[in-house]
Design a protein around this ligand. Structure first.
Ligand SMILES: Cc1cc2nc3c(=O)[nH]c(=O)nc-3n(C[C@H](O)[C@H](O)[C@H](O)COP(=O)(O)OP(=O)(O)OC[C@H]3O[C@@H](n4cnc5c(N)ncnc54)[C@H](O)[C@@H]3O)c2cc1C
Length: 492
């Protein structure tokens, strides 16, 4: 068997795999991407039924600058592929029956809202967002783009001189309790931490950069849905020369002379000089790699703090719902207790918080006229027994909560329903313990302490939400780019 000179393979067509493949192809290498599903996007796949279109995973388009930088690397702009609108209000937070606040799109608007909720809070938020901007620029501009092979990579002057301002050793929880007294402000400031997969008590205050992303940079929506971003990235990858082999699953990694030699699928061997695996890390190590090349054993994975899984209900509603916004957070229950049930004492939550998205409030193309496409998401701990009874129980819970708090009564109006949870994540993505968002960004799982990008098997790199920099669409794109750059730099 001969290996095509410099033929690279990418496993997985999620955001990280698409970014890795296009970045490799840009360097002139021959690149093939293999994906288990017939549709690209990974956790961000879409589906349409009865005239309703659903984004199966991500719905919050944050950090627009990361997308701009990505496309700019190819001489393109996001607007060449999809059109963005900034949501205003950004989202609604419910505290109880008919008791809610709408977050204005402008930073000044949010500062005024805070001031109304607590005297002096507007000015404090302003200062916090300035600090968060500093963290964001250093964090997203520099730190997340490190391959995280060694702590030495982080010893740059801006990091050393700014280390105290980065608040790595203080938690988000204590940071906000020191600055604000009105408990109604905490859910607004802390809900973005759910994206990071850890409780605010365990998340380093470095991640208040997420509040800068939310309040200052804004909540955006690609018209047509997040799937349009996937389509744009696929088109860009094709333009860069990536070949796609869809509906083909990697079954085994080929090893020759102590280095990676390609991948085996049901169609046979696909030889390659370098491979980037963006499928779930644990699946690739335990399922595709010979034991001698695995870096992490079962005990390691069992000791990781996983980000939450999710219970999802994709619903078609036969009437308009002007009472709701595009993004609605039903946070009438204790966030602290739900976070504990997610991360500390994993169990089915007693009274979870619920997120309700209706992209049809913004976008008439995703639901039939006069109807709404609704997605209900309940964050749940991974690794729980996901049964039909449990799904039904939380479906009822979510509908009752929606009715009690917002007045929206869906009884008799649900014309389409699909449930999705842990067993689907495991089956569809080989997700370890049915996780939705990978590993949590706790202090002990940051940078070098995350599963390494570079495999023990020479020529193989990992990318995606389970390695650096972590979960979320923008970090996954960055992860793919960084892994590709590392592979190219190593001369494979
Ligand atoms: C419900 C939900 C809501 C979310 N909300 C947001 C949000 O609002 N904003 C945000 O920024 N992020 C959000 N996220 C997180 C974000 O979607 C993910 O972090 C990101 O999409 C992960 O991309 P990835 O490339 O790392 O992995 P994936 O998308 O999982 O891609 C991996 C790909 O590998 C494929 N694969 C697996 N095994 C094999 C194999 N053996 N052979 C070939 N292919 C294989 C899979 O089919 C998959 O397509 C959400 C995630 C979920 C699940």
């Amino acid at each position: 068997m001969t290996t095509h000179p410099q033929h690279h393979l990418v496993i997985g067509a999620g955001f990280s795999g698409l970014a890795a493949a296009a970045t490799l192809a840009r360097s002139g290498k021959r690149v093939t991407l293999i994906e288990k599903h017939s549709q690209p996007g990974g956790r961000a796949r879409t589906f349409s039924e009865q005239g309703f279109t659903y984004d199966m995973g991500p719905s919050w388009y944050w950090l627009p600058d990361v997308f701009e930088q990505y496309f700019a690397g190819f001489g393109r702009r996001p607007s060449d592929y999809y059109s963005l609108v900034r949501l205003d209000p950004s989202y609604r937070v419910y505290y109880g029956k008919d008791d809610f606040v709408d977050l204005p799109a402008s930073q000044e608007g949010v500062e005024e809202l805070f001031e109304r909720m607590e005297a002096g809070a507007g000015a404090r938020l302003h200062h916090i967002l300035e600090e968060a901007k500093f963290k964001y620029e250093l964090g997203i501009g520099e730190l997340v783009r490190k391959p995280a092979n060694s702590w030495l990579e982080y010893l740059s002057w801006p990091v050393i001189s700014g280390s105290l301002r980065l608040n790595v050793f203080r938690s988000v929880f204590s940071y906000y309790r020191k600055n604000f007294r009105n408990p109604r402000l905490y859910p607004i400031l802390e809900f973005p931490m759910i994206f990071l997969g850890a409780t605010p008590r365990k998340t380093p205050a470095l991640y208040t950069l997420m509040n800068y992303a939310d309040i200052s940079l804004g909540t955006w929506y690609p018209m047509g849905g997040m799937g349009k971003v996937v389509d744009g990235m696929v088109e860009l990858a094709r333009e860069a020369g990536v070949e796609f082999r869809m509906g083909e699953q990697a079954e085994r990694m080929m090893v020759r002379n102590g280095r990676v030699a390609g991948v085996v699928t049901a169609s046979g061997e696909i030889p390659a000089t370098g491979v980037i695996a963006t499928a779930d890390y644990q699946h690739v190590e335990a399922g595709l790699l010979p034991e001698a090349y695995r870096r992490y054993d079962r005990t390691y994975w069992e000791s990781r703090d996983l980000a939450p899984s999710a219970l999802l209900y994709y619903l078609g509603i036969d009437q308009p719902l002007p009472q709701l916004l595009h993004h609605n957070l039903l946070m009438d229950e204790s966030f602290d207790r739900h976070a504990e049930e997610l991360f500390e004492d994993a169990r089915w939550p007693e009274k979870p918080l619920v997120y309700v998205s209706c992209t049809s409030r913004t976008d008439p193309t995703v639901a039939p006229a006069g109807m709404e496409n609704m997605v209900i998401l309940i964050p749940v701990a991974p690794g729980l027994e996901d049964t039909d009874e449990v799904r039904e129980r939380y479906y009822r819970y979510a509908l009752e909560k929606l009715k009690a708090i917002t007045g929206v009564d869906l009884e008799g109006h649900v014309v389409y329903r699909r449930d999705y949870s842990q067993r689907d994540f495991s089956r569809d993505y080989h997700a370890y313990r049915g996780n939705a968002y990978g590993l949590g960004n706790t202090l002990m799982q940051t940078a070098v302490l995350k599963p390494r990008m570079k495999s023990r098997l020479p020529g193989l790199w990992f990318a995606g939400q389970m390695t650096t920099p972590g979960p979320g669409v923008p970090p996954s794109i960055i992860s793919g780019q960084v892994a590709a750059e590392q592979l190219l730099k190593a001369g494979y």
